[in-house]
Design a protein around this ligand. Structure first.
Ligand code: A2P
Length: 340
């Protein structure tokens, strides 16, 4: 009989937690006991998993010695408090928040890019799942980096509201209905109208004028690609899309790479689908290709006419799946296959 693992899902009632449960079921993760956990607000409610109903437990009351793996997606402050407690009880944590990502002794892993880093889980019993925008970017850039090196990345993101959580999904729906009905939009999650708009603001503003979301892309890209010399210049924008982030990426590579060579490398890269036909609709978009899928889609591959070693591309992926839930489950799969 193959081994099974007892798994706690922290934030099981949230936008990412719900997808985590469906990804675990879809991929046939070998689960013995499942412990869906949330705050006291949702404790006692029920979720369905793999055809069975499970009661949601209160995180504050949970005994983590009962679980071997904990998938955390309930916010940074929750992870700050409970991930170390879980790890101390012998439960290896895959943490989807930004809380531990920059700690030198915490691995930050994208399975297609740096799976070997999982081994570092032994120092603190915690592995960090990167930021959604970083994940899809590094999956697409890894083959280029390996072939010709990357000096600089200019990137503008177009990020879906699901990255902010369920309340933001509701806000986009409600504001869209209000505006179509001729009413003023009510703003509570975002500081300005998100429906029919674009906000150049994700996470808090930092001293240097960048937002924290933008700086996450700088710090995390260097850590995952294990190259502290890579320059990253992001602008992160929230757009009125429910699921799927898009990114316009402009690279300056160390050595010249032709568009033909880049397309060839990307079409062989794990987790990447190249959808790049130079005709109307011959490209991926968040709503039509990204949402609900596992892959990172790459379109609009072209040599930059303004730079001798420039390469441009458009990268789309489901931020809640590859950007969060799926990536965490893939990390857990490496853990059980190689380490636990
Ligand atoms: P709850 O349903 O009890 O609020 P989202 O990102 O969609 O907003 O979801 C956040 C997830 O994190 C939900 O499952 C939410 O549970 C959970 N959560 C938020 N705060 C806490 C907390 N203090 N303790 C445990 N779970 C929490």
């Amino acid at each position: 009989m193959s081994r099974k693992f007892d798994v706690a899902v922290v934030g099981a009632t949230g936008a990412v937690g719900e997808v985590m449960l469906s990804v675990l079921a879809q991929r046939g993760f070998p689960i013995g006991s499942l412990y869906p956990l949330a705050s006291q607000r949702s404790a006692g409610s029920h979720i369905s998993f793999d055809g069975k109903t499970h009661e949601v437990g209160d995180l504050a009351e949970f005994d983590f010695s009962k679980a071997q793996i904990g998938l955390f997606s309930a916010g940074g402050s929750v992870s700050a408090e409970y991930a170390p407690k879980a790890a101390a009880a012998g439960c290896v944590v895959v943490d989807n928040t930004s809380h531990f990502r920059n700690d030198a002794d915490i691995p930050l892993v994208v399975p297609e890019v740096n799976p070997h880093a999982v081994a570092g889980y032994t120092s603190r019993g915690i592995i960090a799942n990167p930021n959604c925008s970083t994940i899809q970017m590094v999956v697409a850039l890894k083959p280029i980096l390996d072939a010709v090196g990357i000096e600089r990345i200019n990137v503008a993101t177009y990020q879906a509201v699901s990255g902010t959580g369920k309340k933001a999904i509701d806000e986009l729906k409600e504001q869209s209905a209000q505006l179509l009905d001729g009413q003023a939009p009510a703003c509570s999650v975002y500081p300005k109208q998100i429906a029919f708009n674009a906000l150049p603001h994700i996470d808090v503003f930092m001293e240097n004028g960048y937002t924290r979301e933008e700086m996450k892309m700088v710090w995390e890209t260097r850590k995952i690609l294990e190259d502290s010399a890579i320059q990253v210049n992001p602008t992160a924008v929230r757009v009125p899309v429910f699921y799927g982030h898009s990114e316009a990426i402009h690279l300056e590579t160390r050595d010249k790479i032709t568009e033909v060579a880049a397309r060839d490398l990307l079409s062989k890269a794990p987790g990447v689908v190249v959808l790049d036909e130079r005709r109307d609709g011959g490209y991926a978009t968040a709503a039509t290709e990204g949402a609900g899928e596992d892959d990172v889609f790459v379109s609009r591959i072209r040599e930059d006419i303004s730079h001798p070693r420039g390469l441009d591309m458009w990268v789309v992926s489901d931020n809640v799946r590859k950007g969060a839930a799926l990536n965490s489950v893939q990390i857990a799969e490496i853990l059980i296959q190689k380490y636990l």
